[in-house]
Ligand binder design. Structure first.
Ligand code: PLP
Length: 410
């Protein structure tokens, strides 16, 4: 297995204890821990450069602007965007998806138009489209999953016709770890002139991502899921798509001119960044991108495949445990959801927490998927570059403990 255990020294929080046990953090699909390199970059920004950005005539403002725009350039390079201007900073993936649904959708979609989604979408890629449906009368249609939890494309040809205007898909499910079939869907969407929106909140942190190669129209992700602070994320869009998108928030920073009754917008991407932006958070994201780039995203992905494979193998040793997700670790991401006999997911998470092991339990902001899988909740272990096989072994020991607490044979 790709050994990245030396990186653990970069993450101060991994050295704390929880309930008297060394912390095992298995909730990175929710948010990741932060290395000192990111913490120091944010701290140094506030200590030495803090000022508001753009338009400032003074030195600190120029330095803060350079740091903010420098972060944009780093993020653009990280996903191979055509230009930094194709990166709009947002609060996270959710805000970015709302920008697309309203900023693009309200102006280009109308009653009877269709948006194709999958049943595995996070609420962030469902609810904005539902809101848009209320305003415009568009229809939402869903692709389902096959027996191995992969997106079922068999009915796609029947589904795709000239009514379909948008295909919006998660590149990786935060519940099952399923990789969304982005390439085939881009190809299929093009055949009917539809746009493709990719929710890459779980892809960009874990895998090399090349937006030009994927050739979708929009792709979104969150900084806090890739070692950066909360409050910063990105919306990548093809230049022509961003040009035809309207701003969804108005205020300072996003204007070229303001009159009493009319305003003109600033060029992309400022047009979508109303108000004082999250400057320090962007600097933190730039530092996170530097950190991940130094390790290499191929290495990050290889580590994730290896630890996911090891986890699936070890979880198979636990009687009555059912994993919800693709069986081939190289065809999936490192979010592993499971149920254990009839023990409630929250009880599993509580027992694990008593042993210092942090997993998520619940619907994971994917209620349509839970209904589709016919489970009220799952427990979920999710991995990042700082996790080791020792973490997985501790998880499995904890699950045997949960079995015994609930009176099952060891
Ligand atoms: N999409 C997916 C697949 C996610 O896993 C998440 C967060 O869990 C989101 C979107 C929303 O991200 P955020 O809460 O950072 O906006």
């Amino acid at each position: 297995m790709t050994d990245l255990s030396h990186l653990r020294d970069d993450f101060p929080i991994l050295h704390r204890e929880v309930n008297g046990w060394p912390l095992v953090y298995l909730d990175s699909a929710a948010t990741t821990q932060k290395p000192v390199q990111v913490l120091d970059a944010v701290d140094a920004f506030y200590r030495t450069k803090n000022a508001n950005v753009h338009r400032g005539a003074h030195t600190l403002s120029a330095e803060a602007t350079a740091a903010y725009e420098g972060a944009r350039a780093k993020v653009a390079a990280f996903v191979n965007a055509g230009s930094p201007n194709e990166i709009v900073f947002s609060r996270g993936a959710t805000t970015a998806l709302n920008h697309i649904a309203y900023g693009w959708g309200l102006n280009h979609l109308s009653a009877g138009d269709r948006v194709v989604l999958t049943v595995m979408e996070h609420h962030a890629n469902v609810v904005p489209w539902q809101l848009l449906a209320r305003y415009t009368g568009i229809e939402l249609v869903y692709l389902t999953l096959d027996d191995d939890y992969e997106v079922d494309l068999t009915g796609l040809d029947d589904l795709l016709d000239e009514r379909v205007k948008v295909v919006a898909i998660s590149a990786m499910s935060n519940v099952t770890g399923t990789l969304g079939p982005v390439r085939p869907l881009v190809e299929a969407a093009r055949s009917v002139g539809a746009l493709v929106v990719v929710d890459a909140a779980q892809l960009v942190p874990h895998s090399p991502t090349d937006v030009q190669d994927l050739d979708a129209d929009f792709l979104v992700f969150s900084g806090h899921k890739m070692l950066a602070p909360t409050g910063i994320g990105a919306l990548w869009g093809k230049s022509e798509r961003l040009e035809e998108m309207e701003p969804t928030e108005g205020g300072g920073e996003m204007i070229a001119d303001v009159g009493l009754y009319e305003s003109r917008w600033a060029p992309v991407p400022q047009k979508f960044e109303a108000g004082t932006p999250p400057v320090a958070q962007a600097v933190g994201l730039g530092a996170a991108v530097d950190y991940l780039t130094a390790i290499g995203m191929e290495t990050v992905r290889a580590h994730e495949h290896a630890i996911t494979g090891y986890t699936l193998k070890r979880l198979a040793e636990v009687p009555d445990l059912k994993v919800y997700g693709p069986s081939d670790p190289t065809r999936r991401g490192g979010a592993v959801s499971f149920t254990l006999a009839d023990i409630h997911a929250h009880d599993i998470a509580t027992i694990l927490d008593q042993r210092g092991i942090e997993v998520r339990a619940g619907h994971h902001c994917a209620k349509p998927l839970m209904r589709y899988l016919a489970v009220p909740a799952t427990a979920r272990a999710s991995f990042y570059l700082y996790n080791t096989t020792d973490d997985v072994d501790r998880l499995v020991d904890g699950l045997f403990e949960a079995r015994s607490v609930f009176g099952f044979d060891a």
